[in-house]
Design a binder for this molecule. Structure first.
Ligand code: SF4
Ligand code: SF4
Length: 162
């Protein structure tokens, strides 16, 4: 129930003509967008505690890497996962969160904590341990998203920001 309320608060705060957050009947937040004319190798849905500006194609954390479907078309929607995320722009690399996680979902990569979304059970225990507030749920209010397209030759294009 608590998770559902968080998702609803995001939907009230974030929407636009090209990128829309909606809620399924089962309470799952879904982000959808309009298909781009450009052909991409894959897309990244990135998330951050601060707004994305022009050129911020590597900012924040990758919430999901989005690959083309079997027919070659790129998906135009994704469920927002419930797993928690670290903002690398805020994390100071103290490592305190790593010892709190009951499922070993957090490791340090290049000096900042990274949460494995496939292991995270969204218990929230790591959040209280962080001295700088770097860990958050992507369904909480005030979170910023960016959709980034990556071409076959490695160019990164910021498609949408919120
Ligand atoms: S929310 Fe829980 S399971 Fe997920 S990374 Fe934090 S401590 Fe680990
Ligand atoms: S507790 Fe916070 S600042 Fe320390 S490593 Fe974890 S996320 Fe980074």
């Amino acid at each position: 129930m608590h998770k559902l309320l968080l998702a609803v608060s995001v939907i009230a705060a974030v929407s636009s003509a090209d990128l829309t957050l909606s809620l399924t009947d089962s309470g799952i937040a879904v982000l959808s967008w309009i298909e781009s004319d450009t052909v991409f190798d894959h897309l990244e849905l990135r998330v951050s505690l601060s707004p994305f500006e022009e050129g911020d194609v590597g900012k924040g954390s990758v919430l999901r890497k989005i690959l083309p479907e079997r027919e070659g078309a790129m998906p135009t929607s994704i469920e927002i996962p419930g797993s928690f995320v670290v903002d690398p722009g805020v994390c100071i690399g103290c490592g305190l969160c790593i010892s709190q996680c009951p499922v070993g979902a957090i490791e340090k990569v290049d000096g900042t904590a990274v949460i494995d979304p496939d292991k995270c059970i969204a218990c929230g225990l790591c959040v209280a341990s962080c001295p700088v507030g770097a860990i958050f749920s992507p369904t909480s209010e005030g979170v910023h998203f960016a959709l980034v397209g990556i071409t076959a030759d490695g160019r990164r294009i910021l498609l949408e920001t919120y």
